[in-house]
Write a protein of this length. Structure first.
Length: 391
């Protein structure tokens, strides 16, 4: 049943090819997580050549064929403008992720005070100060605002919050019931726990009914690979972020770029329990390529070579740090599947999927059609491992 999921623990399965849902269903059965089987962003639709309707129709066919009768969701991901909304509403999406990252002022972390005061003039500073500075009280787990911290939070996130409020209003005019997520994870500067509190407080005050929120955590959450950074420092920071969500008690923590973050999952569960939403996407595409590496090595080699050529261009809209030069130049057929466990190869293949589909799409689909059982088994194994770590 396609429906809103609310605060139920949930897991997003992005499917860039429209062929992965049977494997996703096999992985999620019995996990305790409500699945989001249709999840694709405007950016992904542009690169895959699929429409919002095609994405949800592909998922629905697989759901019906598998006899899945439990609740499931459809996520219109990383929406940036109100013009993005109607196509997803018309297709029946239930989950809308707004990305106001372009309105986040990353320079506010280091701006001098005069610049911050000038930026804060766009808002009624007296009203804001009365709300956050008048009665500081005791120390909160996420910290307390002083004037400088409040100026930085307002300068950094004020316009992004206003954009999210406007997007929620625009969506509310088109649809009555929906899950609404605000994502500020694709920004240069991390979201401090105090800034997390500011965002959640301002959204709540504005009447935004948000189901989940995705901050930008410290360290690097790059695509298709495990966490890069100090896990002990992240653990301490997550505890403070969890205090914020616990204070409000009205929304889930959303982990974006959740693919393959195996070292982080136990920390997320420790701090949030079942009050979480995890998003994966490119890892399912990489499992398609793993299938090809074993069963269609010639096609896989051509996709890899194209990835080498396109990486410098295609990486522009992603936070990745792979180096093409670190991928082995000569690889035996028997060793090709191992490239799907290599940091640099995974990221290069991950972000060049649009180029690969543009050149080899029909051939890739035919190959996966021939090897559907193997592909779905790989998905069940790989995504099942993700979900097992989230229990």
């Amino acid at each position: 049943m396609l429906t809103t999921l609310g605060l139920t623990p949930s897991f997003g399965f992005g499917d860039r090819l429209g062929r992965a849902t049977p494997g996703h269903i096999a992985a999620v059965r019995g996990s305790g997580y409500a699945p989001v089987f249709a999840q694709q962003s405007v950016r992904e639709n542009a690169r895959t050549g699929r429409s919002p309707q095609q994405v949800i129709d592909d998922a629905r066919r697989a759901v019906d064929a598998a006899g899945w009768h439990e609740p499931w969701g459809a996520d219109a991901d990383h929406l940036k403008t109100a013009a993005d909304l109607p196509a997803f509403v018309a297709a029946g999406y239930t989950f809308f992720t707004v990305d106001p990252g372009e309105h986040v002022d990353n320079a506010a972390d280091t701006d001098p005070l005069p610049a911050l005061r000038e930026k804060a003039r766009v808002r009624d500073w007296d009203e804001l100060a009365a709300r956050y500075l008048a009665d500081p009280g005791g120390e909160a787990a996420w910290g307390r605002f002083d004037e400088e911290q409040l100026l930085r939070a307002q300068a950094k996130y004020g316009r992004a919050i206003a954009h999210a409020v406007a997007m929620h209003g625009a969506l509310s005019e088109l649809k009555d019931e929906f899950d609404f997520e605000v994502s500020v994870d694709e920004t240069d500067a991390p979201t401090t726990p105090l800034e997390h509190y500011f965002i959640a407080s301002e959204l709540t005050r504005a009447g935004v009914r948000f189901t989940s929120l995705a901050p930008r955590f410290i360290g690097r959450f790059e695509k298709g690979v495990d966490y890069i950074g100090d896990l002990a420092a992240l653990d301490a920071e997550l505890a403070r972020h969890a205090a914020v969500t616990g204070h409000f008690g009205t929304y889930k923590l959303s982990l974006h770029s959740g693919s393959d973050k195996f070292s982080v999952y136990p920390l997320i569960v420790r701090h949030w329990g079942a009050r979480i939403h995890v998003k994966t996407a490119g890892t399912s595409y990489l499992e398609a390529l793993r299938t090809l590496a074993v069963l269609e090595p010639g096609l896989f080699r051509r996709i890899l070579e194209l990835g080498r050529e396109r990486y410098a261009t295609d990486r522009a809209t992603y936070h990745v740090s792979a180096s093409v030069e670190k991928i082995p130049a000569v690889v035996r057929d028997a060793d090709l599947p191992g490239l799907l466990d290599d940091f640099d190869a995974r990221e290069v293949l991950h972000v060049t999927y649009g180029s690969a589909l543009g050149r080899y799409g029909p051939e890739l689909h035919l190959a996966l059609g021939r090897h559907a059982a193997a592909y779905h088994a790989n998905l069940q194994r790989h995504l099942g491992h993700h979900l097992a770590l989230l229990k």
